[in-house]
Write a protein that binds this ligand. Structure first.
Ligand SMILES: [Zn+2]
Ligand SMILES: [Zn+2]
Length: 200
């Protein structure tokens, strides 16, 4: 698990830990781990939670890991996410290719269909709960399973890794040529890419 990896950057470990802590059972298990091994993560965890608007007193640093994690994750917030996810589907200007992206309508548009870039803003699609805001570069394509075609991502700012479903049934859909190159070449998919690919 990425939050256990001591060589990994602390913001990445904190983001992974918060992302993993969703249920009562998670808080218990991960809280126990935080008590034993996660001490260096307590302060950054508190700071990250405060940046996202969770109110925590200073003494939270000495709380049992389970309680700290539950409150840092925002127990009320996570309950709301499960019961009534706040979906935001809006048009946006891509921060990478500067093209205007229309809303997905039938699904939440969480990446640009033209250059496939995403932003590190969601914990669950559309909730805009992560506070990083970094540009996420596609790193590969996974096929099969219930989710269908999935694009894997890594955040340029904090290194957080994330997966988004490819948007194939919306207008415009994800660029087929980009997906094909990404599947074949992984992170090197844009090398030698001509600025204006010729029509086939
Ligand atoms: Zn774009
Ligand atoms: Zn990030």
């Amino acid at each position: 698990m990425p939050y256990r990896d001591r060589r990994s950057p602390v913001p990445k470990r904190v983001a992974a830990l918060l992302d993993a802590a969703r249920t009562r059972a998670d808080w218990k298990r991960l809280g126990a781990w935080l008590d034993d091994e996660g001490r260096p993560l307590r302060e950054p965890l508190l700071a990250a939670a405060r940046r996202e608007g969770v109110e925590l007193p200073d003494e939270a640093l000495s709380w049992p890991g389970k309680r700290l994690l539950r409150r840092a994750r925002g127990a009320e917030v996570s309950a709301r996410e499960r019961l009534n996810p706040i979906r935001i589907d809006e048009s946006f200007t891509c921060e990478h290719c500067a093209r205007q992206v229309p809303p997905g309508l039938s699904l939440v548009r969480d990446h640009c269909p033209f250059c496939l870039r995403s932003l590190h803003v969601d914990r669950v699609p559309g909730d805009r709960a992560a506070g990083c805001g970094g540009l996420m570069d596609p790193t590969g394509v996974e096929l099969g399973g219930r989710a269908g075609v999935v694009i894997t991502y890594r955040c340029r700012l904090c290194g957080y890794e994330h997966r988004n479903r490819a948007a194939l049934d919306v207008e415009p859909p994800d660029d087929q040529e980009c997906l094909r190159r990404l599947a074949a070449l992984g992170e090197r998919w844009e090398e030698d890419l001509p600025p204006h690919p010729p029509e086939e």
